[in-house]
Design a binder for this molecule. Structure first.
Ligand code: NOJ
Length: 716
């Protein structure tokens, strides 16, 4: 008998249910607090897994209780939301997506895993793979935006990065693909609301990132809080047991979201806790996070005949097997016993700075306002986000410390020791007090550069942070308008650094800013990274992974829409449009300026006739006609014009990158396996349909800027 079967044979029901229970630990360093329980619960085996414990010391002490003082000495699985860095916070996921660079995405996950594992942790609740096309939804900040292909690449990169090549390695973490599935489609962008989408949208848009995570071996998956067309995901047997386990062969651990099993009662599909627990177990959810539904509900469910001991054992096996794969049985202290070297930390901090600089998206740069010269005499930095180090962290703090974060003012001061930098917040993040505006605006007089730092505070995006008005808060707009007015009167230009966890609706700002940088939330190195870009030490290269609407009424807005029977035609009234706003976004998916100026020519696609097993190669010549060296991002879209199912006007299938000096030309090659052109056919089974497909290549999802070639798909 192997280790797991031996253990299972010895376990009482209470011990089994302990292995299926995950409880939050307080952040207390002296005498850790286990919510509602005590450390006794670890010793008795009533709790087998923990979340929200920070610090190698407390983690080790909890582990010691389990492996030295519990009867069966089964190690704890301890996890934390390491979403965008552990101690070294990096850009929020939406911002990191703007890099369109899977290698870097993997590298940052690897670094976060090392840092988390050095704190004794063995699991992270990341990556979030929810495609989101509604900027009202606050969790847009935690994912990679509106596009499925991007989320698929993110899934692969992050899972590989966190888990490394061997889950048992002392610096590997079990990843958790979440939130399965279609959470990003919540009704009207309202957090925790119901999702109800077609099966086709599920298959085409929301499932592929999770399928990709499973294909690269993700260790755990978390069902979403939400219901999908009436079936709460925590009890969705069809998608959890049938799709993930039976169809894809996923044999890892399904961990519920926080209290989600008990919430099956609120959803209205379970009358009491035993019923809720039975529904989740039946769907093959293994770990109950924070509901205490398995411990309290399953014994009753067993008595009532709602579940069997075999079902419980099946889940316990999967949890023990994960602990075994993580190497916890062989050495429960393998993580967290050695602090990292100073060199490792320095290296990570450098990486965080370069990733942060590369995540910035330059939305606008009129008359080459940016970069600013390094010879400024006096710089005026205004706005509530200018000297707000804490806010730079973004939505998930993990083990980050406020004192490690660099504000914009601090970053600029560091980079410009010879420049007088004056600063006033002008207004608070929110609230109606306008009394500080006049004094702040007066600071502009005599300055030779104005940098205005406005937007959301970090807590305005992330979980439970939906907004019906995803805009710059009103009082900040009053400040901004006053600054623009004064700048115009004095003949000065204004650089706006906009912070947010999502694209915002900002037509007025886009109109008036001379230069506009989307700085999202960039993590510890925010201020340094912003200084790097503003001063031209780094040419901005981020591209927006979500469309920026002009008006709230356009939401949901995304590039991959279907053409419809009456596509917009300015000469025909009876075509698809609004009467009061253009259809197009303010800034399309993929938009982002650089300090270079790129042109595209001579697109070729070879071969020009392909079967499903072939690979297509697109080549395009890219020239930097600008005055600065810069990195350009090249997007490859397809459009299947005639198919048995109407296809989106553009579908992203590949991305290339090139860095060019002024005047330089290079050929960028993007390879796409022809099988990527499959789609769910009329009956929803995948098809590869012969016929013509357009290949469109260029700098973003604005069709007018794309070069086009036609490709022929051949029947099998
Ligand atoms: C609730 C969130 O939905 C989930 O993303 C997170 O991992 C858990 N809480 C644990 O903090």
């Amino acid at each position: 008998m192997n280790r797991i079967e031996k253990l299972l044979a010895q376990m009482t029901l209470a011990e089994k249910l302990g292995q299926l229970t995950m409880t939050a630990a307080g952040h207390a360093v002296t005498g850790p607090v286990i919510a509602g329980d005590s450390t006794e619960a670890i010793k008795t085996g009533a709790i087998g897994n923990l979340l929200n414990l920070v610090g190698a010391g407390p983690v080790r002490e909890m582990q010691r209780l389990a492996v030295e003082e519990s009867r069966l000495k089964i190690p704890l699985l301890i996890g934390l939301d390491i979403i965008h860095g552990h101690r070294t916070l990096i850009p929020i996921p939406l911002a990191e997506a703007a890099l369109f660079d899977p290698q870097t995405w993997e590298m940052t996950a690897r670094e976060a895993a090392k840092e988390g594992a050095a704190d004794g942790l063995a699991m992270t609740f990341s990556p979030m793979l929810d495609v989101s096309r509604d900027i009202r939804w606050g969790r847009t900040a935690e994912g990679s935006g509106e596009d499925t292909w991007v989320s698929v690449q993110m899934a692969r990169a992050k899972v590989r990065g966190y888990e490394g090549s061997d889950l048992a390695s002392p610096d590997a973490l079990a990843a958790c693909a979440k939130h399965f599935c279609a959470y990003g489609a919540v009704l009207a962008g309202r957090e925790y609301a119901s999702a109800d989408i077609s099966e086709r949208t599920l298959l085409e848009v929301h499932l592929p990132p999770f399928d990709a995570a499973v294909a690269v071996g993700v260790a755990t998956i978390m069902p979403a809080f939400t219901d999908l067309a009436g079936i709460p995901m925590t009890a969705n047997k069809k998608l959890l047991r049938h799709h993930l386990r039976e169809q894809l062969g996923f044999d890892g651990v399904l961990v519920s979201d926080y209290n989600a099993i008990a919430e099956l009662m609120h959803h209205g599909i379970a009358a009491d806790l035993p019923e809720a627990a039975a529904l989740a177990l039946e769907a093959s959810v293994d770990i109950d996070m924070m509901a205490d539904a398995y411990r309290r509900g399953l014994p009753v469910a067993l008595e009532r005949g709602l579940v069997t001991m075999e079902q419980i054992d099946e889940s316990v096996r999967r949890v023990l097997r994960l602990k075994e794969r993580l190497g916890l049985f062989d050495d429960p202290y393998r993580r967290g016993s050695r602090p990292e070297s100073q060199a490792a930390l320095t290296h990570r901090r450098k990486l965080a700075r370069s990733v942060a600089a590369r995540a910035i998206v330059m939305l606008k740069n009129d008359r080459q306002t940016l970069p600013l010269p390094g010879t400024l005499r006096r710089m005026c930095v205004i706005g509530p986000l200018a000297d707000a180090a804490t806010e730079m962290g973004g939505c998930w703090g993990a083990a980050g410390r406020p004192e490690d974060r660099v504000s914009v003012v601090a970053g600029l001061r560091q980079a410009l020791p010879g420049t007088e930098i004056v600063h006033a917040p002008g207004v608070r993040f929110s609230g109606e007090d306008e009394s500080g505006i006049a004094a702040a605006v007066d600071l502009c007089d005599g300055a030779d550069a104005i940098v205005l730092c406005i937007g959301e505070m970090a807590s305005m995006s992330g979980e439970a942070a939906s907004r019906a008005f995803p805009e710059v808060p009103a009082t900040q707009r009053v400040l901004a308008e006053a600054v623009f007015e004064r700048a115009r009167a004095k003949g000065l230009r204004v650089v706006v650094v906009l912070f947010s966890g999502r694209p915002l609706v900002i037509p007025w700002l886009a109109e008036q800013a001379d230069a506009l940088l989307a700085a999202w939330f960039l993590g510890n190195e925010a201020g340094n990274a912003i200084a790097d870009v503003v001063l031209g030490h780094t040419s901005p290269s981020g591209r927006t992974p979500m469309s920026w609407p002009r008006a709230i009424g356009q939401i949901p807005l995304f590039y991959a829409e279907r053409p419809g029977g009456r596509p917009y035609n300015p000469k025909d009234h009876f075509t698809s449009k609004y009467m009061d706003v253009p259809n197009e976004p303010l800034y399309p998916f993929g938009h982002g300026l650089t300090y270079g100026h790129f042109t595209f020519a001579n697109l070729t696609v070879t071969p020009d006739r392909v079967a499903e097993k072939d690979t297509i190669e697109a080549r395009v010549e890219v020239t930097n006609q600008g005055a600065h060296a810069a990195e350009e991002t090249v997007f490859l879209f397809t459009h299947d014009k005639i198919a048995t199912v109407t296809r989106p006007v553009l579908e992203l299938k590949g991305v290339g990158k090139v860095t060019l000096r002024p005047g330089e030309t290079q050929t960028v090659r993007i390879a796409v396996p022809a099988s990527e052109l499959r789609f769910p056919g009329r009956d929803l089974t995948p098809v590869f349909e012969p016929g013509e497909v357009e290949i469109l290549v260029g700098p973003g999802a604005d069709r007018s800027q794309l070069l086009v070639q036609t490709l022929v798909l051949l029947a099998a």
